[in-house]
Design a binder for this molecule. Structure first.
Ligand code: HEM
Length: 396
């Protein structure tokens, strides 16, 4: 089976998600080959300072808020969104971070406009009409492309002049683009690079912020697990800055993150198209059939996960994913097969860093004003935010 795209409706808008997730066949494997090295464990280690800096900025703000009374009530969702955006801006654009943030702001506006379009009645062809929203969408898209093009050109110039590489995602792509110029069809075109940069924002930021916000909500709802996670963090890391080795040793935190990904997968379903006739169990699917993989339903299926499928029970992952799933493909928050999420290690590392730093400094509970309402707006988000009462660790 082949992937159609990360999120069916998004592609219909044609603006948000491009790059790898929309490609097929040779084009896809060429891009994937170029991008894979950027996500290797050793490269991820180099990105840890960027993760730390962004998490630290968020936590410093929270520390200031709790400093007076020892506690503070806040909606953590916008802070987390901002932090994950910051992480991907630093990791993707390194030295051009400020400029990258500007582009991400434009992409955020584009996402909001696209959600607005999703929430209206769908009329085929409507997107071609010069309505106010459609005109705005087109303009934002043009601005994003122009800003990225400028940034890419400047990087190209610097690399050709022999300046040292920033080792960020953008440099990896730009170097590939230079190779494309030198030997046709070996790398990516400038348009390809633009599309991949847009994809990093969408695939890397939206999803990770969703994972973190549900983790905070569930740990606030289940204080026993919050204590277990904090005990582990303090045992492994003390109050030290988290390093790669320490983060890799956080077993309970990993179990919790997996259980959150099971109950609240950021991507609730995947679409696949069938290129040629195939027999699937008792079904004969003709070529051209589109199949929907309902990740959310699979993750909640009692036949596979047991009667407690709807409950938060991180202990089911105590002996890893394959034991929890009895080696069946029933846990697929990052997809499955060759198209599996390229950024899953990046996301897990970032989530562990953020959770470790939060648990080192605060304990937290749900505010009475929190209304639980997961809703799919491209990803599975908390519709009314995540109102949490943060307490300085050590205070009652
Ligand atoms: C909790 C965080 C994340 C979740 C839940 C997630 C989920 C997914 C899913 C479900 C897919 C589709 C896989 C398939 O079709 O089988 C995907 C693809 C992808 N993700 Fe992620 N993702 C996350 C974080 C990231 C990050 C941090 C990045 C990059 C920095 C990223 C980049 C991508 C890319 C480029 C693809 C397309 C891969 C391809 O088509 O070859 N993701 N992701």
């Amino acid at each position: 089976m082949e992937i159609i795209h990360l999120c069916g409706l998004v592609q219909d808008q044609g603006f948000l998600v491009g790059g790898l997730s929309n490609l097929e066949g040779d084009q896809w494997s060429k891009h994937r080959k170029i991008l894979n090295p950027a996500f290797h464990q050793d490269k991820l280690k180099n990105m840890l300072p960027a993760f730390y800096q962004s998490c630290n900025e968020m936590i410093s703000k929270w520390e200031e808020m709790v400093s007076k009374e020892g506690y503070s009530e806040l909606d953590v969702w916008p802070y987390i969104v901002n932090m994950t955006r910051d992480v991907i801006s630093r990791a993707a654009f390194g030295s051009s971070y400020e400029e990258g943030r500007g582009i991400f702001q434009l992409l955020e506006d584009l996402t909001s406009l696209t959600i607005k379009v999703f929430q209206s009645v769908y009329i085929p062809g409507w997107r071609f009409l010069p309505t106010k929203t459609n005109r705005e969408l087109k303009m934002k898209h043009k601005d994003i492309k122009e800003s990225l093009r400028e940034m890419i050109k400047r990087r190209e110039k610097a690399i050709k002049a022999g300046e040292e590489s920033n080792e960020d995602l953008l440099d990896i792509l730009v170097e590939s683009n230079i190779r494309e110029m030198e030997a046709k069809h070996k790398g990516m075109s400038i348009e390809d690079v633009i599309e991949e940069c847009k994809l990093f924002y969408f695939a890397g930021q939206e999803t990770t912020s969703v994972l973190l916000v549900w983790t905070m909500v569930l740990l606030a709802r289940y204080p026993d697990w919050q204590t277990k996670a904090r005990d582990e963090v303090l045992h492994v890391l003390g109050d030290r800055k988290p390093d790669a080795d320490g983060l890799n040793r956080l077993k309970v935190v990993t179990m919790i993150l997996y259980e959150v990904l099971r109950l609240y997968p950021a991507v609730v379903s995947l679409a696949r198209s069938i290129p040629k006739e195939i027999k699937l169990g008792n079904l004969l699917l003709p070529a051209g059939t589109e199949v929907l993989l309902p990740i959310l339903q699979i993750h909640h299926d009692k036949d596979h996960w047991g009667d407690d499928a709807h409950e938060f029970r991180p202990e089911r992952f105590a002996e890893g994913v394959s034991k929890a799933t009895k080696s069946q493909v029933t846990f697929l928050p990052f997809g499955w097969g060759p198209r599996i999420c390229i950024g899953q290690n990046f996301a897990m590392m970032e989530a562990k860093m953020a959770m470790a730093m939060i648990l080192q400094r605060f304990w937290f509970e749900l505010s009475p004003s929190y209304a639980h309402s997961p809703c799919t707006m491209i990803t599975l988000r908390p519709q009314h935010g995540a109102q949490i009462i943060l307490h300085k660790l050590g205070s009652n």
